[in-house]
Design a protein around this ligand. Structure first.
Ligand code: GLY
Length: 449
């Protein structure tokens, strides 16, 4: 791999390109969105600009570019269940993006993207495929007539894939997407075909034409000024430029996987568990940097779930000692230059991870034994709800962790049974707290007399 195609260099080349086009280079915002109860985590580059798109906040610039840290592990965009099973899903990833706040619109957004891909980083146009929203004649005409993309490598797609929304409410609009074609030797069909889920055509860049604000009833209100929001996965782009198929083969991940192999004692670099651990250390470390702590609810519970999945994968590799927090230093080596906040909080992150690891270590072995016994005596392929509940309630196994283990063995979970147990527990807790209230009340009465 040439130095110019390292993940670090690609991130920089993107920001430099848009800086030269008059964009303000803006640092990544934290993973916990500021004052936005509609969103669990920052899941796209546009999140820090939401109010600017809505016309409620003014900035000193009308064009911006960023490399935004994102987590998609809960809420509308959730990839947690896919990590370890595919070549491209992550809980944490970096999104490169350029933004126009009422400045340029479709024509320039498309021209910039094409110039960056084909001239700056040199992707052959015949390897690219473009889609537009079915009803967006304007974007179609720009691509076909101005840019001159091959109509044979162009398609129109419906709202499911080509109308982007940040969440259930908020800024949204039609989009146009650029795909990279990994070639006929890879299985898969062009976007919009029944074979689109194959690995041949991979979406690399989504250009959203922000035009509406969706309210809670689903009604679309036009934004004050048509704007642009784009998102390109840095890891996917790095994979293409480094000539590898899976994101986990890029330099950044290979270094993290090597570190994960070392701290777990695993000799097989291709082991899926190493990929999961390498993915999860990024999400966990940056969530802690951004003020999330392991907890039993909300954002903290998402963090705890990710930590415990990683710890279980280490256990699966035979590591019985605490290891996960030891990956923070290698992560700092990979990403510290781009994210100084990670460097500044390295020891805090290590401590928080070490504590939650230690806590889970107390119950992990016993929980796994309960699970193994349940699987051994299982008739059929569905793990009983009361077992899932016991693991959750007594052994600290998040349900998705149990589901992950079950999936590895071709099993599913009886979620109805689990929910029944949860409801019964809530009822017991409510009854107990009512008792506590009347008890306290009685004491209060006697105390006041
Ligand atoms: N905001 C554009 C995207 O996430 O794809």
């Amino acid at each position: 791999m040439s130095r110019s195609h390292s993940t670090t260099a690609i991130r920089q080349s993107f920001l430099d390109f848009f800086h030269a086009k008059g964009h303000e280079v803006v640092p990544s915002s934290p993973l916990v969105p500021a004052n936005d109860p509609t969103l669990l985590f920052t899941n796209a580059g546009m999140v820090q600009f939401k109010e600017v798109f809505l016309g409620k906040e003014q900035r000193a610039y009308s064009r911006a570019a960023s490399s935004q840290r994102c987590v998609r592990a809960g809420g509308k965009h959730n990839d947690l269940e896919n990590v370890g099973y595919t070549a491209r899903h992550h809980t944490f990833f970096e999104m490169l993006g350029n933004f126009s706040f009422g400045d340029y619109f479709k024509k320039d957004a498309i021209a910039y993207a094409w110039e960056y891909l084909t001239e700056v980083i040199g992707l052959p146009p015949e390897r690219l495929w473009v889609t537009v929203f079915t009803e967006d004649e304007e974007a179609a005409s720009i691509w076909l007539n101005d840019v001159g993309v091959d109509p044979a490598r162009f398609s129109r797609i419906g709202a499911k894939d080509n109308f982007w929304s940040m969440g259930e409410t908020g800024p949204c609009g039609p989009c146009t997407e650029i795909f990279y074609d990994h070639g006929p030797e890879v299985v898969g069909g062009p976007p919009g075909t029944p074979q689109e889920d194959g690995d041949r055509y991979i979406e690399i860049w989504n250009l959203v034409f922000m035009q509406y604000d969706r309210d809670a009833s689903g009604t679309l209100h036009p934004l004050p000024k048509p704007s642009v929001d784009t998102g390109m996965g840095l890891e996917r782009l790095a994979a293409i430029l480094q000539g590898v198929h899976s994101n986990y083969e890029i330099d950044l991940f290979q270094n993290l996987i090597a570190a994960a192999a070392e701290v777990t004692g695993c000799r097989d670099r291709d082991d899926k568990s190493l990929r999961v651990i390498a993915d999860h250390i990024r999400a966990c470390a940056f969530l802690i940097v951004d003020g999330v702590f392991p907890a039993n609810e909300g954002r903290g519970y998402v963090l705890r779930r990710i930590i415990r999945r990683a710890v279980r994968h280490g256990h699966k590799l035979g590591q019985r000692e605490s290891f996960f927090h030891r990956l923070v230093a290698p992560l700092v080596r990979e990403m510290g230059d781009a994210y100084p906040e990670l460097v500044a909080q390295q020891s805090q992150v290590e401590q928080v991870l070490a504590q939650d690891e230690a806590r889970f270590a107390e119950t992990l072995d016993n929980g796994l034994k309960i699970l193994d016994d349940a699987i051994t005596s299982l008739q059929g392929t569905e793990l009983a709800g009361d077992t899932v509940f016991k693991l959750y309630d007594t052994y600290g196994f998040p349900v998705d962790l149990t589901a992950d283990i079950a999936r590895e063995r071709g099993l599913t979970l009886d979620m109805t049974g689990f929910e029944r147990e949860m409801t019964a527990q809530r009822d017991r807790a409510r009854a107990a707290s009512q008792f506590a209230v009347s008890d306290t009340g009685a004491l209060a009465v006697s105390g006041s007399s």
